[in-house]
Design a protein around this ligand. Structure first.
Ligand code: UD1
Ligand code: MG
Length: 437
């Protein structure tokens, strides 16, 4: 815990350009909300307190934030500007820490290294504030940073900037660390006498100067400062995130045959020597152990997959599935809330839901666990070494013992004891000479 740090996350913006019912910071990259990225960073720099400013109508966001026990969620009733947002936070906290770190809820990629740098730079200097700047490829819309050597003299918002200032490529990311001993005297002086009629946090740079104080800055990579304002920017951010994650996996020894076509979640864990074929999608909470191959067009969600498995093509693995070592799940097999123990196989066209499949058991093509009777779900438990013939309907709740065999095309409604052969289908009758052809 960093006793000296308060993180203030500004997330009260309307996000109009997202054209969404959802508060902007609840939109996701790699299946994780933008706000969660930022909270994660605040926790990583060990903020003692985290204050999040949200809009009055953002119930989904405030509900979401209740999962964290170290967040003080404050409603900013009127959004009068970035300085006003910080002032609203100050009403909710006495800021007894040394430094306030202002973060934006819609800037998810800011690096922990950068945040540690800005905090360290501020701590080790006489400056009252330290801003994070970046060299913008296209500075349009950003506040320009006017610097001299290590000193930040002024930040001028795009709308207020003159010709010369507009040529400046060093822009304000919005992220700033402020010494709390000065924060009140600086913010008290901010006015809204500007083009947008807003209270600009960036005005504290000149205010500090007028009070005989100074400001400093650090420069971060532009990618870290990427802000999300539209669906298009969300897609750009998703792409960047995916590229980074794919690179990280490959560097850790995972083969992605066509990296661009594999989509990962923020919490996807894939071990060394796993091979992922083109066009595979991972939803949340998937762990894959070494030596497994995931073939094309598989969609995998909330599952643990063991070592040396052979999954897909066209496998669908749904939540709460646990796949043991050396399991085979072939094309058009859907698995849900099911344990498949090692060496078991479902090679083609099957639905296994709310089931447990024993070691080395073989599930024939077209096998369906009938797990839902219209009202409630039932379990199907299959022992070790069992053989389920093709096109069997296993009506749950059902127990099939070790080494049992189910004849193809059976509808099984009663438990089958170990080593038994169960056949439940009309007996075939051959009538000589009665063929129509
Ligand atoms: C701000 C900076 C600008 C910087 C840019 C980087 C100011 C005055 N300008 O401009 O120098 O280059 O960010 O993207 O600070 N917010 C609130 N409450 C408010 C106002 C804003 O929570 O009352 C939040 C917004 O949701 C957003 C962030 O603060 O996440 C920034 O506000 P925004 O209005 O987007 O500021 P910019 O004009 O982009
Ligand atoms: Mg903005």
């Amino acid at each position: 815990m960093n006793k000296s740090l308060t993180a203030i996350i500004l997330a009260a913006g309307q996000g109009t350009r997202m054209k969404s019912q959802l508060p902007k910071v609840m939109h996701k990259i790699a299946q994780k909300s933008l706000i969660d990225f930022v909270i994660n960073q605040a926790n990583k720099v060990h903020a003692r307190e985290i204050i999040t400013l949200i809009a009055p109508d953002a119930d989904i966001l405030s509900d979401h934030l209740t999962q964290y026990n170290n967040i003080n969620t404050i409603i900013q009733n009127e959004r009068l500007g970035t300085a006003h947002a910080v002032q609203t936070a100050m009403k909710a906290s006495d800021l007894s820490t040394d430094i306030s770190l202002i973060l934006y809820g819609d800037t998810p990629f800011i690096g922990v290294g950068t945040l540690n740098n800005v905090i360290a730079r501020l701590k080790n200097s006489d400056a009252a504030t330290c801003f994070v700047g970046f060299n913008a490829a296209d500075p349009t819309g950003y506040g320009r940073m006017i610097v001299k050597g290590d000193i930040l003299n002024k930040i001028v918002e795009h709308k207020e900037a003159n010709e010369l200032e507009l040529q400046q490529k060093l822009c304000n990311s919005g992220i700033v660390a402020i010494k709390n001993q000065y924060i009140k005297q600086l913010l008290d002086k901010v006015s809204n006498n500007n083009q947008k009629g807003e209270f600009y946090l960036t005005d504290i740079v000149e205010i500090a100067q007028n009070q005989g104080l100074s400001s400093s800055y650090i420069i971060a990579d532009e990618q870290e400062t990427l802000g999300i304002n539209s669906r298009e920017q969300l897609a750009v951010a998703e792409k960047i995130w995916q590229q980074n994650k794919r690179r990280e996996l490959m560097n850790n020894g995972v083969t992605l045959i066509d990296p661009e076509s594999v989509y990962l979640s923020f919490d996807t864990n894939i071990a060394q020597d796993v091979i992922i074929y083109p066009n595979v999608f991972f939803k949340g909470n998937v762990n894959i152990e070494s030596g497994t191959e995931i073939k094309s067009f598989s969609y995998i969600e909330d599952a643990i997959i063991g070592k040396n498995c052979d999954i897909g093509p066209f496998a669908r693995i749904r939540p709460n599935s646990k796949i043991g070592d050396k399991v085979k799940i072939g094309n058009f097999v859907e698995i849900k809330n099911t344990i498949m123990h090692e060496d078991s196989k479902a090679s083609h066209l099957a639905y296994l839901g709310d089931a447990e499949i024993g070691i080395g058991s073989n599930i024939g093509a077209g096998t369906i666990t009938c797990n839902f009777d219209g009202k409630k779900k039932g379990k199907t438990i299959i022992g070790n070494g069992a053989f389920i013939g093709s096109n069997s309907a296993l009506v749950a709740p059902l127990n099939i013992g070790d080494n049992a065999t189910i004849g193809a095309g059976s509808v099984i409604t009663q438990d089958v004891e170990e080593k038994a052969l169960a056949i439940a289908r009309p007996v075939q009758k051959n009538i000589p000479g009665k063929s129509k052809v």
